[in-house]
Ligand binder design. Structure first.
Ligand SMILES: *Cc1c(COP(=O)(O)O)cnc(C)c1O
Length: 413
């Protein structure tokens, strides 16, 4: 696919004015992005970038994809929002697609990953109360995890930096080491029969692109079955084809009782979903709700994203291009072995892990790549994350690798 920039006159962007009005919750890179096509973006100065951030693993089909534009336009002309007081065709069709293409049976729609996880936490707690007879249930999640920014989800997030200054936090959460079965068993014993659910990412994204281990997850799955505990998988970052399989859990050979999805689901249009087995669907009318959740606009787009992933063989593309990316990054790691420790990930979520002894931090490499026309995002202090759209081509991967190599070389010379 050739991407040609339609010529636009660069308009100046007032960064100081932006900062005067928008709360400073982000350490933003000093560029203003104004236009996108496929895997390319252009800023207010007319500079072109290869996009290996994809809206933080959301823009599954890249930018301005014809299928996405069509689904959005078609729906906004028809009906965009009426609330969940009524039946909605697109919501029903999207739920059906998700159920037919996953291990789940029932779907609740919302607008973000945090909200999907909130829904899962509430469902697990109600399940504990009404099915397990636990009055003070505990949910275990992993250290270095990330589950969102609401109060319950920062509590489930096993990273103190997200919780600092926001106490008192809700009770009923505790942490275990990721990929460590002994720690889980100890926690289950410690709480006797109070643990109602274990919440894990199949691969820890924000925590540094750390893949789950197959043996560990299979053992966790067995333990949960034995004890009647729910296994909740947070698929917000790795679901929807990113790993080369539709769901991250397929890489682990297990099925969750509940999973959540958001980022890639709408291809960049905000939507989240919580999917569960019918055996744990204990919600009744009034238990949980979301005004915008499952609105026709988001659902029609998400449905088209889902269909396009399969029609255009994007799972195979994520796998193949992921391998190419992985091999190229490994070659860079070898050539700069004093600074790059390893490459890890699945499919089109890969992390370039900086050596603990190197003075470099991820932001240095991200900045040097940005200056060379490649957008990347850190995953923690020492890991550079690569999450391009699933439509990425071999040429674009090659181009990105050349820019990463040049960026690293410039930093260590
Ligand atoms: C991004 C992310 C979330 C939070 O999603 P939001 O849409 O930002 O609320 C939750 N879990 C995981 C694994 C994520 O990567």
């Amino acid at each position: 696919m050739t991407q040609t920039a339609t010529v636009t006159t660069p308009t100046s962007f007032d960064f100081a004015e932006f900062d005067r009005y928008v709360m400073g919750t982000y350490a933003r890179f000093p560029i203003a992005l104004e236009r996108g096509r496929g895997c390319r973006l252009w800023d207010s100065e007319g500079r072109e970038y290869l996009d290996f951030v994809a809206g933080i693993a959301t823009c599954t089909l890249g930018h301005a994809h014809p299928a996405l534009i069509e689904a959005l336009t078609e729906q906004i002309h028809q009906l965009h929002h009426v609330s969940n007081l009524y039946y909605l065709r697109a919501q029903g069709l999207l739920a059906k697609w998700l159920v037919e293409h996953s291990s789940g049976d029932r779907v609740f729609f919302c607008n973000s990953g945090a909200e999907a996880n909130e829904g899962a936490i509430k469902l697990a707690r109600k399940y504990a109360h009404v099915k397990l007879g636990i009055d003070d249930p505990v949910i275990l999640s992993a250290h270095a995890s990330f589950h969102g920014r609401t109060l319950a989800t920062i509590t489930a997030t096993g990273q103190p930096k997200y919780q600092k200054h926001f106490t008192p936090l809700p009770t009923g959460f505790d942490y275990i080491l990721y990929n460590d079965l002994g720690g889980l068993q100890a926690a289950l014993d410690r709480y006797h029969n109070r643990v109602c659910a274990i919440l894990l990412e199949p691969l820890q994204g924000e925590g540094g692109v750390c893949p789950g281990e197959r043996d560990y997850f299979q053992a966790v799955r067995s333990l949960c079955y034995e004890r009647g505990i729910l296994l909740i998988l947070d698929e917000v970052q790795v679901g929807m084809g990113r790993t080369g399989k539709l769901w991250g859990y397929e890489n682990l050979g297990i099925e969750p009782d509940i999973f959540t999805t958001a980022k890639g689901l709408g291809g960049g249009i905000p939507i989240g979903a919580m999917v569960c087995k019918s055996s744990c669907d204990v919600f009744e009318p009034g238990d949980h709700a979301s005004t915008f959740g499952g609105n026709p606009l988001a659902c029609n787009v998400a449905l088209r994203v889902c269909e396009t992933i399969l029609q255009q063989n994007l799972l195979a593309n994520a796998h193949d291009r992921g391998q190419q990316l992985r091999q190229g990054l490994e070659s860079i790691a070898q050539d700069f072995a004093n600074h790059i420790a390893q490459v890890r990930g699945w499919g089109l979520i890969q992390g370039l892990v900086i050596h603990p002894d190197s003075p470099l931090v991820a932001r240095d490499i991200v900045q040097a790549c940005l200056e060379r026309g490649l957008l990347l995002v850190p995953a923690g202090v020492k890991v550079v994350r690569f999450v391009p759209p699933l439509i990425i081509t071999a040429e674009e991967i090659e181009q990105a690798l050349q820019r990463v190599r040049a960026a690293v070389a410039s930093l260590v010379k």
